[in-house]
Design a protein around this ligand. Structure first.
Ligand SMILES: Nc1ncnc2c1ncn2[C@@H]1O[C@H](COP(=O)(O)OP(=O)(O)OP(=O)(O)O)[C@@H](O)[C@H]1O
Length: 253
């Protein structure tokens, strides 16, 4: 992250224990505004667990700050409202709903408990939020389409748009490009750059090394729950420990 920017997301010594498994061990990560940060590592390294801890779905120790505000004692739904958004590994869209309807599922409706006269305005605002999220991923023309009318790449982007509904300061993406071919993955990467350029920080977990190394500004490497390396894509892909633990052979970004 550039020295003149303070991090949006800052974790210090985040640890998660599942029975005898230390799934995260003192994980320290920073994500700055408009920055795409990769989190890579072998299967079972603890990457999803880290996203679970940050978003409030896994009990953890250590501290988590969003723009300077401590979140570690805050429940998951309030972390979302404060601007931490995530996608899930099995983040399929509802097949029978249009894209707009799929995104409507994510609209925060707690405000609707207000007076009835407020309802029309709230509904309009929800519509605007959905439109904004779809246009952030370049799918504004597709609002009325169902998922199976779209390419897999566009379906994946719609999944990201669903996480972008409402205020999003930091977006945590768990294997969002799984199953995409080379061309779709490159297109996905371009859209991700566009999304980040609009302001939010992005934490990207993916096994597609071409995508991660091309799109990320910085990368953390996790193994057995610990961060074993971090730096630019060029730095980490040339790191012998990273090659041994994960990459197998050096990757040229
Ligand atoms: N809810 C849970 N209960 C018990 N153990 C869990 C739970 N979730 C994860 N684990 C364990 O924690 C460790 C880390 O798993 P995690 O899913 O975070 O890894 P990962 O790096 O995301 O893997 P992958 O790349 O395969 O998605 C594994 O040993 C896993 O079995």
């Amino acid at each position: 992250m550039p020295d003149d920017l303070s991090p949006l997301l800052l974790t210090r010594d985040v640890s998660v224990q599942y029975g005898g498994v230390r799934a995260n061990d003192a994980v320290c990560v920073e994500v700055g505004p408009a920055e795409i940060v990769g989190l890579i590592g072998p299967n079972g390294a603890g990457k999803t667990t880290f996203v679970d801890a940050v978003t409030g779905f896994a009990p953890h120790t250590g501290t988590i700050e969003l723009d300077g505000v401590r979140l570690d004692a805050v429940p998951a739904h309030r972390r979302r409202r404060l601007g931490l958004a995530r996608t899930w590994q099995s983040g399929e869209l509802f097949a029978d709903l249009t894209l707009a309807e799929n995104l409507a599922v994510s609209v925060d409706r707690t405000g609707l408990r207000g007076v009835l006269s407020d309802l029309g305005r709230r509904r309009r605002e929800a519509g605007q939020e959905i439109e904004r999220a779809l246009s952030l991923v370049g799918l504004e023309e597709m609002a009325g389409r169902r998922p199976d009318e779209l390419s897999l790449g566009r379906q994946k982007l719609a999944g990201v748009a669903r996480a972008l509904v409402g205020s999003t300061r930091v977006l945590l993406l768990d294997e969002p490009a799984a199953g995409l071919d080379t061309e779709e993955s490159a297109e996905f990467g371009r859209e991700l750059r566009r999304i980040a350029a609009s302001g939010p920080g992005v934490l990207l977990i993916d096994h597609d090394m071409t995508l991660v190394l091309e799109v990320c500004h910085r990368v953390y490497v996790m193994d057995f729950g610990k961060i074993i390396a971090s730096g630019t894509p060029a730095d980490v892909s040339a790191d012998p420990e990273v090659v041994a633990a994960y990459l197998g052979s050096p990757v040229i970004p």
